[in-house]
Design a binder for this molecule. Structure first.
Ligand code: NAP
Length: 293
């Protein structure tokens, strides 16, 4: 039997509809959730991600205070813009689309965003809260994956979760979330230093792959019936497409779906959840301005 395909688009649509309802309620109390998405330069993937985020903001009834800057923008200029947004009480969230041009330090920019408006959850204060289990903004992609698992009814308690990849934005926070008592999984993190990757992936009840390389995981590396979450987004040249490329994940989808119990497609799996959790975090930030009232 083939795997059940986890429809991230449909689950994200439900999350977004709930957020839109809460936005209407908040507006009646005089608060309009507002996010500033800052894009520097015109990296095609970044342009596409930013336009998806802005569309979702608009659909949720939020205010879009986005700023597009030329590639030549200096670090000082960008930090100045962030400082203004930090001090603007009508802005609830600030997101700087990564990667930045090489002359701008991503760390300096991430650190400059007020932790109270860091809806991406990348600021060291929010990372620290994630590690210690305190309430803070959770990074959108890993948090979106926890929602996908919950809404699909995939049990994590006592399960073996294997995460392939240890980046600060996906692998590490994903592993930390699964380690929380709330999810209660036994977690293994793999990376390029892992010897015999398949020995680890085959033990996974839930396999989360964020390597950024197509075919990192193939059918023979999956335990029959496992839930496979493919985070990867890779652009493969494809002359038959108008865009000149097609998207694929980090897992060999066609092979994997014959072995797995559940699998996320690319596109249409994890990606839509990332955007849904971004508008969720923006809503939460706006709610906090009411001080729990
Ligand atoms: P990244 O910073 O490049 O990190 C990739 C990680 O995978 C690294 O830790 C690397 O190990 C590990 N890795 C690479 N090849 C491996 C292999 N063959 N075996 C084991 N480990 C391997 O990437 P990222 O930012 O985490 O993103 C991962 C993928 O997810 C990308 O395709 C990205 O586009 C996608 N993504 C999607 C979303 C979404 O919303 N759908 C959001 C974010 C990212 P080392 O540390 O040893 O180098």
């Amino acid at each position: 039997m083939e795997a059940t395909i986890i429809d991230g688009k449909e689950i994200a649509a439900r999350v977004k509809a709930d957020v839109a309802d809460s936005v209407s309620t908040l507006k009646k109390r005089g608060v309009v959730p507002c996010l500033a998405v800052i894009l520097v330069g015109n990296n095609p993937a970044s342009v596409s991600y930013v336009s998806g985020k802005r569309k979702a903001l608009c659909e949720a009834g939020m205010e879009d205070r986005s700023i597009e800057l030329p590639e030549s923008t200096t670090e000082q200029e960008l930090l100045g813009i962030i400082e203004k947004l930090n001090n603007d009480s009508s802005v609830h969230g600030i997101l700087v689309q990564l990667p930045l041009p090489p002359h701008i330090s991503e760390k300096a920019v991430t650190d400059a965003i007020s932790p109270a408006k860091d809806v991406d959850g990348f600021h060291p204060v929010n990372v620290g809260k994630l590690v210690s289990g305190e309430k803070g903004f959770l990074p959108c992609t890993p948090n979106g994956i926890t929602v996908l698992l919950k809404k699909t009814g995939i049990e994590t308690d006592g399960k073996n979760v294997v995460v392939v990849g240890r980046s600060n934005i996906v692998g590490k926070p994903m592993a930390l979330l699964m380690l929380r008592k709330e999810f209660n999984a036994t977690v293994t993190i793999c990376h390029t230093g892992t010897k015999n990757l398949a020995d680890f992936t085959r033990r996974a009840d839930i396999l989360i792959v964020a390597s950024g390389r197509p075919n990192t995981v193939t059918a023979d590396m999956i335990k029959p019936g496992a839930a496979v979450i493919d985070v990867g987004v890779n652009r493969i040249p494809d002359s038959s497409r108008k865009s000149g490329f097609r998207l694929c994940g980090d897992v060999d989808f066609e092979g994997a779906k014959k072995v797995a119990g559940f699998i996320t497609p690319v596109p249409g799996g994890v990606g839509p959840m990332t955007i849904a959790m971004l508008i969720f975090n923006t809503l939460e930030s706006a709610r906090q301005t009411l001080g729990g009232k």
